[in-house]
Design a protein around this ligand. Structure first.
Ligand SMILES: C[S@@+](CC[C@H](N)C(=O)[O-])C[C@H]1O[C@@H](n2cnc3c(N)ncnc32)[C@H](O)[C@@H]1O
Length: 303
Protein backbone atom coordinates (compact mmCIF):
# COMPACT_ATOMS: atom_id res chain seq x y z
CA UNK A 1 0.00 0.00 0.00
CA UNK A 2 1.35 3.42 -0.99
CA UNK A 3 1.73 5.61 2.10
CA UNK A 4 0.98 9.27 1.51
CA UNK A 5 0.55 11.69 4.42
CA UNK A 6 -1.72 14.05 2.41
CA UNK A 7 -3.93 11.07 1.52
CA UNK A 8 -4.05 10.13 5.23
CA UNK A 9 -5.22 13.70 5.99
CA UNK A 10 -7.85 13.44 3.24
CA UNK A 11 -9.03 10.09 4.62
CA UNK A 12 -9.16 11.56 8.15
CA UNK A 13 -11.75 14.17 7.14
CA UNK A 14 -14.86 12.02 7.58
CA UNK A 15 -13.52 10.66 10.88
CA UNK A 16 -12.96 14.23 12.13
CA UNK A 17 -16.36 15.37 10.79
CA UNK A 18 -18.06 12.90 13.13
CA UNK A 19 -15.67 13.52 16.00
CA UNK A 20 -15.72 17.30 16.40
CA UNK A 21 -17.60 18.21 19.56
CA UNK A 22 -20.90 19.81 18.53
CA UNK A 23 -21.38 21.84 21.75
CA UNK A 24 -17.96 23.44 21.35
CA UNK A 25 -18.65 23.95 17.65
CA UNK A 26 -22.01 25.62 18.40
CA UNK A 27 -20.25 28.01 20.79
CA UNK A 28 -17.74 28.85 18.07
CA UNK A 29 -20.61 29.45 15.64
CA UNK A 30 -22.34 31.77 18.09
CA UNK A 31 -19.13 33.76 18.53
CA UNK A 32 -18.60 34.00 14.76
CA UNK A 33 -22.20 35.08 14.13
CA UNK A 34 -21.55 38.17 16.22
CA UNK A 35 -18.74 39.29 13.89
CA UNK A 36 -19.48 42.29 11.68
CA UNK A 37 -19.35 41.55 7.95
CA UNK A 38 -17.45 44.72 7.07
CA UNK A 39 -14.22 43.95 8.89
CA UNK A 40 -11.80 41.30 7.67
CA UNK A 41 -11.79 38.48 10.21
CA UNK A 42 -8.28 37.09 10.65
CA UNK A 43 -7.91 33.35 11.19
CA UNK A 44 -4.64 31.49 11.57
CA UNK A 45 -4.52 27.72 11.55
CA UNK A 46 -1.32 26.14 12.82
CA UNK A 47 -0.25 22.59 11.89
CA UNK A 48 -3.00 22.87 9.28
CA UNK A 49 -1.88 19.99 7.04
CA UNK A 50 -3.58 20.20 3.63
CA UNK A 51 -6.23 22.75 4.65
CA UNK A 52 -9.07 20.33 5.31
CA UNK A 53 -10.36 22.34 8.29
CA UNK A 54 -10.85 25.37 6.04
CA UNK A 55 -12.78 23.21 3.55
CA UNK A 56 -14.94 21.90 6.42
CA UNK A 57 -15.66 25.40 7.77
CA UNK A 58 -16.68 26.54 4.27
CA UNK A 59 -18.88 23.46 3.76
CA UNK A 60 -20.51 23.90 7.17
CA UNK A 61 -21.04 27.63 6.47
CA UNK A 62 -19.49 28.68 9.73
CA UNK A 63 -17.15 31.45 8.60
CA UNK A 64 -17.93 35.18 8.75
CA UNK A 65 -18.46 37.02 5.45
CA UNK A 66 -14.99 38.37 4.95
CA UNK A 67 -12.06 36.23 6.11
CA UNK A 68 -8.30 36.16 5.76
CA UNK A 69 -7.16 32.61 6.56
CA UNK A 70 -3.48 31.78 7.07
CA UNK A 71 -2.52 28.13 6.82
CA UNK A 72 0.79 27.22 8.47
CA UNK A 73 2.40 23.81 8.18
CA UNK A 74 6.04 22.79 8.23
CA UNK A 75 5.71 19.98 5.65
CA UNK A 76 6.27 21.20 2.07
CA UNK A 77 4.32 18.18 0.79
CA UNK A 78 1.23 19.33 2.73
CA UNK A 79 1.43 22.96 1.64
CA UNK A 80 2.02 22.01 -2.01
CA UNK A 81 -0.95 19.66 -1.82
CA UNK A 82 -3.13 22.33 -0.14
CA UNK A 83 -2.36 24.90 -2.86
CA UNK A 84 -3.65 22.53 -5.52
CA UNK A 85 -6.38 20.73 -3.64
CA UNK A 86 -8.20 23.65 -1.97
CA UNK A 87 -9.09 25.50 -5.23
CA UNK A 88 -10.15 22.17 -6.80
CA UNK A 89 -12.27 21.31 -3.77
CA UNK A 90 -13.76 24.82 -3.75
CA UNK A 91 -14.70 24.73 -7.46
CA UNK A 92 -16.40 21.36 -6.99
CA UNK A 93 -18.33 22.69 -3.98
CA UNK A 94 -19.90 25.83 -5.39
CA UNK A 95 -17.12 28.35 -4.69
CA UNK A 96 -15.38 30.58 -7.12
CA UNK A 97 -11.60 30.07 -6.81
CA UNK A 98 -9.10 32.69 -7.98
CA UNK A 99 -5.34 32.98 -7.69
CA UNK A 100 -4.12 36.27 -6.16
CA UNK A 101 -0.32 36.15 -6.46
CA UNK A 102 0.81 33.57 -3.89
CA UNK A 103 -2.63 33.58 -2.21
CA UNK A 104 -5.95 32.19 -3.36
CA UNK A 105 -9.42 33.69 -2.95
CA UNK A 106 -12.42 31.42 -2.47
CA UNK A 107 -15.82 33.05 -2.62
CA UNK A 108 -19.51 32.21 -2.66
CA UNK A 109 -22.64 34.26 -1.93
CA UNK A 110 -22.20 33.76 1.84
CA UNK A 111 -18.52 34.55 2.28
CA UNK A 112 -15.15 35.31 0.71
CA UNK A 113 -11.90 33.92 2.04
CA UNK A 114 -8.39 34.94 1.08
CA UNK A 115 -6.03 32.08 1.88
CA UNK A 116 -2.35 32.56 2.60
CA UNK A 117 -0.08 29.50 2.63
CA UNK A 118 2.96 29.43 4.88
CA UNK A 119 5.37 26.52 4.80
CA UNK A 120 7.31 26.92 8.05
CA UNK A 121 7.82 25.67 11.54
CA UNK A 122 5.15 27.72 13.28
CA UNK A 123 7.55 28.80 16.03
CA UNK A 124 10.03 30.14 13.45
CA UNK A 125 7.09 31.91 11.81
CA UNK A 126 6.13 33.47 15.15
CA UNK A 127 9.73 34.54 15.81
CA UNK A 128 9.88 36.15 12.34
CA UNK A 129 6.96 38.37 13.42
CA UNK A 130 5.24 38.21 10.03
CA UNK A 131 1.80 37.12 11.20
CA UNK A 132 -1.17 39.48 11.26
CA UNK A 133 -2.77 39.47 14.73
CA UNK A 134 -5.57 36.90 14.58
CA UNK A 135 -9.17 36.99 15.78
CA UNK A 136 -9.25 33.18 15.81
CA UNK A 137 -6.47 30.63 16.25
CA UNK A 138 -7.21 27.07 15.12
CA UNK A 139 -5.09 24.05 16.07
CA UNK A 140 -6.60 20.73 15.04
CA UNK A 141 -4.91 17.41 15.85
CA UNK A 142 -1.76 19.38 16.61
CA UNK A 143 -1.32 20.50 20.23
CA UNK A 144 -0.69 16.97 21.52
CA UNK A 145 2.54 16.97 19.47
CA UNK A 146 4.01 20.06 21.15
CA UNK A 147 5.98 20.89 24.30
CA UNK A 148 3.41 22.26 26.73
CA UNK A 149 2.68 24.73 28.22
CA UNK A 150 5.41 26.83 26.51
CA UNK A 151 4.08 26.11 23.01
CA UNK A 152 0.60 27.32 23.95
CA UNK A 153 1.91 30.63 25.29
CA UNK A 154 3.86 31.13 22.08
CA UNK A 155 0.86 30.23 19.86
CA UNK A 156 -1.32 32.67 21.80
CA UNK A 157 1.06 35.48 20.78
CA UNK A 158 -0.59 35.10 17.34
CA UNK A 159 -3.92 36.30 18.79
CA UNK A 160 -5.35 39.76 19.34
CA UNK A 161 -6.29 40.47 22.99
CA UNK A 162 -9.73 38.91 23.52
CA UNK A 163 -9.18 36.60 20.50
CA UNK A 164 -10.59 33.09 20.33
CA UNK A 165 -8.79 29.74 20.15
CA UNK A 166 -10.55 26.65 18.81
CA UNK A 167 -8.29 23.78 19.82
CA UNK A 168 -9.64 20.49 18.59
CA UNK A 169 -8.89 16.76 18.58
CA UNK A 170 -6.34 16.78 21.39
CA UNK A 171 -5.48 13.17 22.22
CA UNK A 172 -6.39 12.16 25.73
CA UNK A 173 -5.02 8.83 26.86
CA UNK A 174 -7.29 6.13 25.43
CA UNK A 175 -6.68 4.01 22.34
CA UNK A 176 -8.93 1.03 21.79
CA UNK A 177 -8.68 -1.60 19.07
CA UNK A 178 -11.42 -4.22 18.93
CA UNK A 179 -11.91 -7.15 18.58
CA UNK A 180 -9.11 -8.06 21.02
CA UNK A 181 -6.29 -10.26 19.77
CA UNK A 182 -4.52 -10.91 23.06
CA UNK A 183 -5.72 -8.69 25.92
CA UNK A 184 -2.33 -8.59 27.66
CA UNK A 185 -0.37 -7.82 24.49
CA UNK A 186 -3.01 -5.31 23.29
CA UNK A 187 -2.82 -3.44 26.61
CA UNK A 188 1.00 -3.50 26.61
CA UNK A 189 1.16 -2.09 23.06
CA UNK A 190 -1.34 0.64 23.97
CA UNK A 191 0.70 1.55 27.05
CA UNK A 192 4.09 1.78 25.30
CA UNK A 193 2.50 3.61 22.35
CA UNK A 194 1.17 6.26 24.72
CA UNK A 195 4.49 6.38 26.54
CA UNK A 196 6.25 7.06 23.22
CA UNK A 197 4.06 10.18 22.81
CA UNK A 198 5.23 11.42 26.22
CA UNK A 199 8.92 10.86 25.50
CA UNK A 200 9.35 12.38 22.02
CA UNK A 201 12.27 14.88 22.06
CA UNK A 202 10.14 17.42 20.16
CA UNK A 203 7.40 17.29 22.81
CA UNK A 204 3.99 15.70 23.09
CA UNK A 205 1.54 14.47 25.68
CA UNK A 206 -0.63 11.37 25.61
CA UNK A 207 -3.02 13.15 28.01
CA UNK A 208 -2.97 16.49 26.23
CA UNK A 209 -6.76 16.87 26.37
CA UNK A 210 -7.22 16.82 30.14
CA UNK A 211 -4.04 18.83 30.72
CA UNK A 212 -5.30 21.68 28.53
CA UNK A 213 -7.70 22.79 31.28
CA UNK A 214 -4.71 23.83 33.39
CA UNK A 215 -2.51 24.99 30.51
CA UNK A 216 -5.21 27.28 29.11
CA UNK A 217 -5.80 28.89 32.46
CA UNK A 218 -2.06 29.41 32.99
CA UNK A 219 -1.73 30.92 29.52
CA UNK A 220 -4.34 33.57 30.37
CA UNK A 221 -7.31 32.11 28.50
CA UNK A 222 -10.85 31.53 29.70
CA UNK A 223 -12.41 28.22 28.65
CA UNK A 224 -15.69 28.95 26.86
CA UNK A 225 -16.48 25.26 26.37
CA UNK A 226 -14.87 21.86 26.31
CA UNK A 227 -15.93 18.36 25.36
CA UNK A 228 -14.92 15.01 23.94
CA UNK A 229 -14.14 14.57 20.22
CA UNK A 230 -13.37 10.88 20.03
CA UNK A 231 -12.48 9.17 16.79
CA UNK A 232 -14.81 6.21 16.41
CA UNK A 233 -14.09 4.22 13.26
CA UNK A 234 -16.21 1.16 12.59
CA UNK A 235 -17.46 -0.78 9.58
CA UNK A 236 -21.02 -0.80 8.27
CA UNK A 237 -21.87 -4.32 7.05
CA UNK A 238 -18.17 -5.10 6.69
CA UNK A 239 -17.31 -1.87 4.83
CA UNK A 240 -15.72 1.32 6.13
CA UNK A 241 -17.20 4.61 4.92
CA UNK A 242 -15.29 6.89 2.51
CA UNK A 243 -11.53 6.21 2.67
CA UNK A 244 -11.51 5.15 6.34
CA UNK A 245 -9.88 1.75 5.66
CA UNK A 246 -6.87 3.77 4.44
CA UNK A 247 -7.06 5.91 7.58
CA UNK A 248 -6.93 2.73 9.72
CA UNK A 249 -3.97 1.35 7.76
CA UNK A 250 -2.17 4.63 8.38
CA UNK A 251 -2.87 4.42 12.11
CA UNK A 252 -1.33 0.93 12.10
CA UNK A 253 1.62 2.39 10.16
CA UNK A 254 2.11 4.93 13.01
CA UNK A 255 2.17 2.01 15.47
CA UNK A 256 4.76 0.23 13.29
CA UNK A 257 6.98 3.31 12.88
CA UNK A 258 6.85 4.12 16.57
CA UNK A 259 7.26 0.68 18.14
CA UNK A 260 9.22 -1.47 15.65
CA UNK A 261 12.51 -1.23 17.52
CA UNK A 262 10.98 -1.03 21.00
CA UNK A 263 13.08 -2.92 23.57
CA UNK A 264 9.99 -4.20 25.43
CA UNK A 265 8.38 -5.74 22.35
CA UNK A 266 9.55 -9.00 20.74
CA UNK A 267 9.85 -8.16 17.00
CA UNK A 268 8.12 -11.34 15.78
CA UNK A 269 5.19 -10.96 18.22
CA UNK A 270 4.72 -7.33 17.20
CA UNK A 271 4.98 -8.16 13.47
CA UNK A 272 2.34 -10.85 13.94
CA UNK A 273 0.11 -8.45 15.93
CA UNK A 274 0.35 -5.86 13.12
CA UNK A 275 -0.38 -8.49 10.47
CA UNK A 276 -3.52 -9.61 12.31
CA UNK A 277 -4.68 -6.01 12.85
CA UNK A 278 -4.20 -5.29 9.12
CA UNK A 279 -6.20 -8.40 8.26
CA UNK A 280 -8.98 -7.15 10.56
CA UNK A 281 -9.07 -3.90 8.54
CA UNK A 282 -9.09 -5.81 5.23
CA UNK A 283 -11.97 -7.99 6.47
CA UNK A 284 -13.89 -4.92 7.68
CA UNK A 285 -13.75 -5.97 11.35
CA UNK A 286 -11.48 -3.54 13.17
CA UNK A 287 -13.07 -0.95 15.44
CA UNK A 288 -10.79 1.90 16.46
CA UNK A 289 -11.54 4.45 19.16
CA UNK A 290 -9.24 7.28 20.25
CA UNK A 291 -10.37 9.56 23.05
CA UNK A 292 -9.75 13.24 22.33
CA UNK A 293 -10.94 16.63 23.53
CA UNK A 294 -11.98 19.95 21.98
CA UNK A 295 -11.81 23.41 23.52
CA UNK A 296 -13.01 26.88 22.70
CA UNK A 297 -11.06 29.44 24.71
CA UNK A 298 -10.93 33.20 24.84
CA UNK A 299 -7.71 35.06 25.49
CA UNK A 300 -8.24 37.52 28.30
CA UNK A 301 -7.99 41.23 27.56
CA UNK A 302 -5.06 42.93 29.32
CA UNK A 303 -6.24 44.96 32.36
C1 LIG B 1 -1.59 15.26 12.83
S1 LIG B 1 -1.24 16.38 11.54
C2 LIG B 1 -2.74 17.32 11.52
C3 LIG B 1 -2.91 18.13 10.28
C4 LIG B 1 -4.24 18.88 10.16
N1 LIG B 1 -4.46 19.76 11.30
C5 LIG B 1 -5.39 17.91 10.02
O1 LIG B 1 -5.89 17.47 11.06
O2 LIG B 1 -5.73 17.55 8.90
C6 LIG B 1 -0.12 17.51 12.34
C7 LIG B 1 0.45 18.52 11.38
O3 LIG B 1 1.28 19.43 12.08
C8 LIG B 1 2.38 19.75 11.26
N2 LIG B 1 3.44 20.22 12.17
C9 LIG B 1 4.09 19.52 13.13
N3 LIG B 1 4.95 20.32 13.80
C10 LIG B 1 4.84 21.55 13.25
C11 LIG B 1 5.46 22.80 13.51
N4 LIG B 1 6.36 22.95 14.49
N5 LIG B 1 5.11 23.86 12.75
C12 LIG B 1 4.18 23.74 11.77
N6 LIG B 1 3.56 22.57 11.48
C13 LIG B 1 3.88 21.50 12.21
C14 LIG B 1 2.70 18.48 10.51
O4 LIG B 1 3.40 18.73 9.31
C15 LIG B 1 1.29 17.93 10.26
O5 LIG B 1 0.78 18.35 9.03
Amino acid sequence: MELSFPRYLLAKQTVDDRALNRVVLADLQTALHAVSGRQTFQIIEVGAGIGSMLARLLKWEILPENVHYTIVDEMAENIDFARQWLPEWASQNGFDAKTLGADIRLSAHTCAVTVRFVQADVFDFIRAGEALPADLLIAHAFLDLLPMPAALVSLFSLLKPGGLAWLTVNFDGVTSLEPALDRVLDAHIEQIYHHSMDSRPSGGDSQAGRHLFGHLEQAGAEIVSAGASDWVVYPHKGQYPADEAYFLHFILHFFEMTLSAHPELAPDRFANWLKQRREQVDRGQLIYIAHQMDFLAKLQQPH
